[in-house]
Write a protein that binds this ligand. Structure first.
Ligand SMILES: [Zn+2]
Length: 211
């Protein structure tokens, strides 16, 4: 069994358990497993409270396995102030319903760590599409974040050296929007880590998502 923590398309394959990312206004609740959240790219201050109410409703469904993706992105025009407001509102919902969170984070790692500590969040927080260096990885691990690898693991050979330093219990794998399959990502991680990646990811998945 393969576990794909973050994808935007449902592959309908019995050998893959995947968390399909969906948006509150465009959602198919019949999928086996999904996540729902307001992505920082699509924040609309006029509609965000309505979307939040929908997210709260969907979070209570058993097949909604996490909140997300949500987060902070310093490379977009929406102010960090507004992004924080929207992210914090969602994180508090995740905490209320005890669901893990899939985080989108671009150049705002320190801010995300601060928010986690300030809100004293206890639900698992997973940084998806991790692509940064060992130092950033270490500070996230120290603060008990999980790191999910996919696209950049396939594209950037240097990232393999970072992956090797991440505790095995903190690793997830994903495809996000790439054309390669989760099997390709597993094979890449396997070749880098030289451990039973399949078993590691399954254990992490079961622990974090209670599947
Ligand atoms: Zn995504």
């Amino acid at each position: 069994m393969y576990f794909n923590i973050h994808t935007h398309s449902f592959s309908n394959n019995d050998e893959i358990i995947e968390l399909v990312n969906q948006y509150p206004n465009d959602i198919d609740v019949s999928l086996p497993y999904f996540t729902v959240g307001i992505h920082p790219w699509y924040i609309n201050e006029d509609t965000f409270l309505d979307e939040l109410a929908l997210i709260e409703k969907y979070l209570q469904l058993p097949n909604c396995k996490a909140l997300g993706e949500c987060g902070l992105d310093k490379r977009i025009e929406t102010s960090l102030e507004v992004q924080k407001k929207v992210a914090i509102a969602q994180l508090l919902l995740a905490e209320k319903y005890k669901k893990p969170v899939i985080l989108h984070c671009v150049a705002a790692y320190q801010e995300v760590i601060e928010i986690k500590n300030k809100l004293q969040l206890t639900v698992p927080l997973i940084i998806h599409g991790f692509s940064k260096n060992e130092q950033v990885a270490n500070s996230l691990i120290k603060n008990e974040f999980y790191l999910s690898f996919g696209k950049y693991l396939l594209r950037n050979p240097e990232l393999g050296n970072v992956l090797k330093k991440v505790p095995l219990n903190n690793i997830f794998l994903e495809t996000d929007t790439i054309n390669e399959t989760i099997v390709d990502v597993y094979e890449k991680a396997q070749s880098i880590l030289q451990v039973d990646v399949s078993k590691i990811i399954e254990q992490n998945f079961n622990r974090v998502f209670n599947l």
